[in-house]
Design a protein around this ligand. Structure first.
Ligand code: SF4
Ligand code: F3S
Ligand code: ZN
Length: 103
C-alpha cells in the first residue's frame, strides 16, 4: 500500500499539472507518488479505474505511463483541490494506492 507518511519519507522531485510528484522517479519503471492532499502511488496503481468512476467530484484523470510494469495508465489526482474528503477512492482502490489527508 501507499506510505501515508510519504511527505516525510520522500522528497518532492517534480511537479505535474499543478501538483507535487514525490520521488524516487526513474522513468519508465518508477513513477513516484502524484499529489499531496490526494496522493496516488503510481508504482502501485494498476489502472483499476474504480476511483475515477466513483469520485463524486471528478478529482482523477487518466494519464499515460508507457512502459510502467504495473499498467500504462494511472489515475492522476488532477483536481485534488476539489476533494471533499469522502474517502470513497481510498475504500474502493483494490491495491490501496491512494492516500487522502483528511486531517
Ligand atoms: Fe474524490 Fe472522495 Fe477521493 Fe476526494 S476522497 S478524491 S472527493 S473520492
Ligand atoms: Fe489505480 Fe486504484 Fe484508481 S488501481 S486507477 S488508484 S482504483
Ligand atoms: Zn500527476
Amino acid at each position: 500500500p501507499i506510505d501515508p507518511n510519504f511527505e516525510e519519507t520522500r522528497e518532492q522531485v517534480d511537479e505535474h499539472e499543478g501538483h507535487a510528484v514525490w520521488g524516487p522517479v526513474d522513468k519508465p519503471e518508477e513513477r513516484g507518488i502524484h499529489g499531496t492532499h490526494v496522493a496516488v502511488d503510481f508504482d502501485i496503481c494498476l489502472a483499476d479505474g474504480a476511483c475515477i468512476e466513483d469520485c463524486p467530484v471528478d478529482v482523477f484523470e487518466w494519464v499515460d505511463t508507457p512502459g510502467h510494469p504495473e499498467s500504462e495508465l494511472k489515475a492522476d489526482p488532477a483536481h485534488e483541490d476539489q476533494c471533499i474528503d469522502c474517502m470513497i477512492c481510498v475504500d474502493v482502490c483494490p491495491v490501496d494506492a491512494i492516500d487522502v489527508d483528511a486531517g
